[in-house]
Write a protein that binds this ligand. Structure first.
Ligand code: UDP
Length: 412
């Protein structure tokens, strides 16, 4: 459940909210439809939940649709996702046919609403070919890529590009992801909701309940990584880093994650993680339900150090969540994490399990640095990665694109 816009005045000041109301006023009543491929699990669903609510609160007629698909469709779109993040994957003509057929079935269901909308925002590759299937569209269509596009695998990007290039604009999280496309590209990093169940302040007693529930030792340092079980999040690399540290310090590790309905690979990755963990009682692999927001919030707060050792990352909401809770983050030196972790200031960027272990040991030897860097991290999030800035960027973009102004790469 999201909070209304007025609730953010307390945390961010009234001028931020006034500015959003002004922007909302210029867009009052316009019909905005967001489309993605899952209602829960993963960062996009987290964002669309509050974004739709707050756009409505500001007077826009915003809604959020989710495409439906078969198991095979989501296996194919996961391969597309992996390909766009640089993995060499093989997709047959039949696979691309299935991809289009499922989009066609969704277009049948959604066409009337999408064609009537003033603005349609299609999130990620799964629903990208909907535009082609809505020939009588009246509004502007924006494609939003959330993943790490720094080195897409050519054949997959070529196919997805053939859909994306027809859009009126696209959005990426950072300039390194921008692509040669014949329309304006906007750079908008994602954000978190400081008042959500996942990020709000928690009573210390509630923290202790979670600590006890998962049998975490209050006396020993705790490392936490929260992520879908996805190979690009490198949970196995995190366990290797933990093992190197464990030889010299009595640390505990939590790997908390669940699945997303559009990610069929999770089960296999959990098995790899369990094998690597090898029944070590200090490695807590927690398979959480999609609504375990309070538990995740508590685990991030109980952590001494938050990790996000991804090898590809569009933008790790989990990084921002950890930083907002005053934790320094040891993150993979890739993609959007480079926007979030300012090396040596809000955490450390690492490339290997050895690098992560080295930085964990540094923090354990310099405990004051955990606190100092954690404080800088929280302020960095306040300045850059809270939902009000994100909302302002979207509203500004809507105004820009409706006015017909053109550009190439624009920072909103
Ligand atoms: N998340 C969750 N439960 C899990 C794993 C992740 O609620 O079991 C949340 C996490 O707290 C974050 C989002 O899902 O808000 C993941 O976003 P991120 O950008 O880090 O990664 P993505 O899954 O989108 O690649």
């Amino acid at each position: 459940m999201s909070a209304p816009i007025a609730a953010y005045e307390g945390i961010l000041g009234s001028s931020v909210v006034t500015q959003l109301r002004r922007l909302g006023g210029k867009l009052r009543g316009i019909r905005v439809v967001h489309v993605n491929s899952t209602r829960e699990g993963g960062g996009v669903a987290e964002i669309l939940d509050w974004m739709t609510f707050l756009m409505r609160d500001l007077g826009l007629d915003a809604s959020w649709e989710v495409i439906h698909g078969t198991q095979r469709f989501f296996e194919i779109t996961k391969a597309i996702h992996n390909g766009l993040q640089g993995k060499s994957v093989t997709l047959s003509k039949k696979d691309w046919r299935i991809y289009q057929d499922v989009n066609e079935q969704n277009a049948e269901r959604l066409r009337a609403s999408l064609e009537a909308a003033d603005i349609v925002v299609i999130h990620d590759p799964q629903p990208a070919c909907l535009l082609k299937l809505c020939p009588n569209r009246k509004g502007k269509w924006i494609w939003r890529g959330h993943i790490d596009f720094s080195r897409p695998f050519g054949p997959v990007w070529k196919m997805i590009r053939s859909y994306v290039e027809k859009y009126d604009a696209s959005i990426f999280s950072m300039s390194e992801f921008a692509q040669p496309l014949p329309h304006p590209q906007f750079l908008i990093p994602p954000s978190i909701d400081p008042l959500s169940e996942k990020n709000r302040d928690i009573d210390p007693a509630e923290l202790e309940t979670v600590r006890a529930e998962y049998r975490l030792d209050p006396e020993r340092p705790l490392l936490v990584q929260v992520s879908r079980f996805d190979r690009f999040k490198d949970p196995v690399g995190v366990i290797r880093a933990y093992r190197m540290v464990r030889k010299v310090a009595p640390v505990q590790l939590v790997l908390a994650g669940g699945g997303a309905t559009d990610d069929p690979e999770g089960k296999a990755v959990v098995e790899e993680v369990m094998e690597e963990a090898d029944r070590d009682p200090d490695i807590h692999v927690l398979l959480l339900p999609p609504d375990a927001h309070k538990t995740i919030n508590a685990l991030q707060r109980l952590a001494d150090i938050v990790l996000q050792k991804s090898t590809r990352e569009g933008f790790g909401l989990t990084v921002t969540e950890g930083m907002w809770k005053g934790k320094p983050v040891i993150g993979g030196d890739v993609g959007g994490i480079r926007l979030q972790v300012v090396n040596h200031h809000t955490g450390f960027l690492v490339n290997t399990p050895e690098g992560a272990a080295h930085r964990i040991r540094y923090f354990l030897h310099h405990r004051n640095r955990i606190k100092e860097m954690g404080e800088v991290a929280r302020e960095f999030v306040r300045e850059n990665f809270l939902l009000t800035r994100h909302l302002r960027d979207y509203l500004t973009l809507f105004l820009t694109i409706r006015s017909g102004r053109n550009g190439r790469i624009l920072y909103v």
